[in-house]
Structure formats: structure tokens, C-alpha cells
Design a protein around this ligand. Structure first.
Ligand code: SF4
Ligand code: SF4
Length: 298
């Protein structure tokens, strides 16, 4: 179940890549910028600003629903057939998520093959959380491997050791999110504890599997000196260090997406904001001081 495809991606691993976004994630990060990736089911998105009120969507719905009002609330009634979205003349309605075959995926990749090869790029499987769907993720990775493509998996590593091990055997690089070192804070901001994630980062490191670490920098959540210092020291203590630590500046671009899904952004009104330029540089210095390769951005 794929909800987005990014061609010419330059921040999802080395070179120029094609990134596939798998739908479904066990975490609930308060800043999530892909909220349409959380549910493993397809979802209707509605953009009020694009709607011209033509009522075509009402006419084509076999279930007599009004998709503008009933989207994702009458899940039992809605067949998620996508007829309303396909008929909407302004794309005010979109269906996020549809099933793809491996052959569909490979057709997309092969179209970009020359750019991938000349740039030293590849394919990245992202989410949502790809490790929530180990069978599908492994099947895609194996097919990509048979075609000689470089494979990245962008993940929280919130999965069993067995899944991490199996996926690690089928990809060249993990891009691992590290959100908070304090498990209570991790639970508060993402909905899950972090012990399994930290253990899996250690596991990947012990196996000398190449990995990058990606830390969203969010003032009010995790960009304080204590957490960044704990993160840097943890990473520096690993037997094999990350190839790079990417400090990703938080932005609130997801607010519009939440409106379109019908969910609420930051429902607990956590006071969070992007770091200033000075705060970004101070954060970067913490990681450099621990001898880690680090940079602002992907
Ligand atoms: S078909 Fe699209 S533009 Fe027309 S009423 Fe429905 S959502 Fe609005
Ligand atoms: S996805 Fe299909 S069933 Fe659901 S509201 Fe649209 S047309 Fe109706």
C-alpha cells in the first residue's frame, strides 16, 4: 500500500533516488509531516480551497455518501473505491494509498534508471514505517537487489530484532530516525517507548551495517542541550558509528495535510517551533564535539 512516490529525491540516501512511501506506521509523532502515512488503509483527502461545489463526487458515489463530509468517518460505508477522487475536476479530492504490484514499482524505477545509475543513486523505501510491513518490504528489496539497485530503508527501527536483521540483509543502507533519548519523553511525543529502537540501533551498529541517523530538530520537544548531548554520546559510543548524523529542521507544513485528512495537528497543543540559525549551529556543534560526522539537513 503506497501513498506517495518521490522521483529525483536527493535527501533520501546517496545520489538521486526514487522513494516509495509505504502506508502504515505504529508511531504517532506529534510533528508528523506525513500524517496520511499513519493509517495502513487508503484515505480520502479533501482540499476545501480547491472545491468548486459541482457535486460530481456525490453523483458518482455508489454508497450515496458526500465524500467531502463523510471522508474517513464512515469507513464502513465508504468502499474506498476512489471514484469520487477520480471524477473530481479540480483534484479537491484525492485517494491516498493504493496497492502496487512489484512489477508496477519496477516500471517506475526503470524509467529513472539512467539518472539513478549516473548519480550513484538508488531506491529508498520509506513510510509510514516500512518495517511494519516486513513481507512486502522484503519482497520489494529483493526484487530491487536482483536488478542491481542500491537500496535504502528509511525507518524508526521500531520492530523486532528478527525483522531488522532480515531487512538489513536486503538493503545497503538504513536511514534511522532518532527522536528522543528519554523513553518517557519518547512515549509522550511519539506514542511508543524508545528501548526497542535504541537496542536496534545498537544491533545495526554491532553488525557493522551502514546507517545514517536522522534527528528532527524541534525546539520544545527534543532540541534541548541535554537530549542532544545524550543523543550524541549514545551514537559516539557505538562500535560502528553512523556514516552521518542529519539534523533535520522541523517545519509545520503538515498542518494543511491534517486539514485535508480531517485529523488535528498537534492535538495536545505542545509548544514546539523550528530552531533558529544559532540554535541549529549549536546543535550541530554538540555532535561534532563527539567526533561524529554531522550536518544540518538531509
Ligand atoms: S467533485 Fe470535487 S470540486 Fe466537485 S464538489 Fe466534489 S470535491 Fe468539490
Ligand atoms: S471512495 Fe467511493 S465509496 Fe467512498 S465516498 Fe468516494 S465514491 Fe463513495
Amino acid at each position: 500500500m503506497i501513498f506517495d512516490i518521490k522521483r529525483f529525491a536527493i535527501n533520501d540516501g546517496p545520489g538521486i533516488r526514487v522513494t516509495f512511501f509505504l502506508k502504515g506506521c505504529p508511531l504517532r509523532c506529534v510533528w508528523c509531516h506525513n500524517p496520511e502515512g499513519i493509517s495502513p488503509r487508503p484515505q480520502l483527502l479533501f482540499n476545501q480551497k480547491k472545491c468548486i461545489g459541482c457535486d460530481t463526487c456525490l453523483d458518482v458515489c455508489q454508497q450515496n455518501l458526500d465524500p467531502r463530509r463523510d471522508r474517513n468517518t464512515s469507513v464502513d460505508a465508504c468502499l474506498l473505491c476512489g471514484n469520487c477522487a477520480m471524477s473530481c475536476p479540480t483534484s479537491a479530492l484525492e485517494l491516498a494509498g493504493r496497492e502496487w504490484t512489484i512489477q508496477d514499482i519496477m516500471k517506475v524505477v526503470e524509467k529513472e534508471r539512467s539518472v539513478i545509475d549516473t548519480s550513484g543513486g538508488g531506491v529508498t523505501i520509506c513510510g509510514g514505517e516500512p518495517l511494519m510491513h516486513p513481507a512486502e518490504t522484503l519482497a520489494i528489496l529483493r526484487e530491487l537487489g536482483q536488478h542491481g539497485l542500491h537500496r535504502c530503508v528509511d525507518t524508526t527501527l521500531y520492530a523486532s530484532e528478527k525483522v531488522v536483521h532480515e531487512v538489513g540483509n536486503e538493503c545497503e543502507l538504513f536511514l534511522v530516525d532518532l527522536k528522543h533519548m528519554d523513553s518517557d519523553m519518547h512515549l509522550r511525543y511519539t506514542g511508543v517507548r524508545n528501548e526497542q529502537i535504541l537496542n536496534n540501533i545498537k544491533l545495526v551498529s554491532q553488525q557493522a551495517h551502514p546507517f545514517w541517523i536522522r534527528i528532527p530538530l524541534i525546539v520544545g520537544v527534543n532540541a534541548d542541550v541535554a537530549n542532544l548531548t545524550a543523543s550524541a554520546r549514545f551514537l559516539a559510543s557505538l562500535p560502528h558509528k553512523p556514516e552521518v548524523v542529519n539534523l533535520l529542521v522541523y517545519h509545520d507544513a503538515a498542518i494543511g495535510k491534517h486539514d485535508r485528512i480531517g485529523s488535528r495537528f498537534n492535538p495536545d497543543n505542545i509548544d514546539m517551533r523550528p530552531p533558529t540559525d544559532d540554535e541549529q549551529l549549536a546543535a550541530l556543534q554538540i555532535f561534532l564535539n563527539e567526533g561524529l560526522e554531522a550536518k544540518i539537513g538531509g
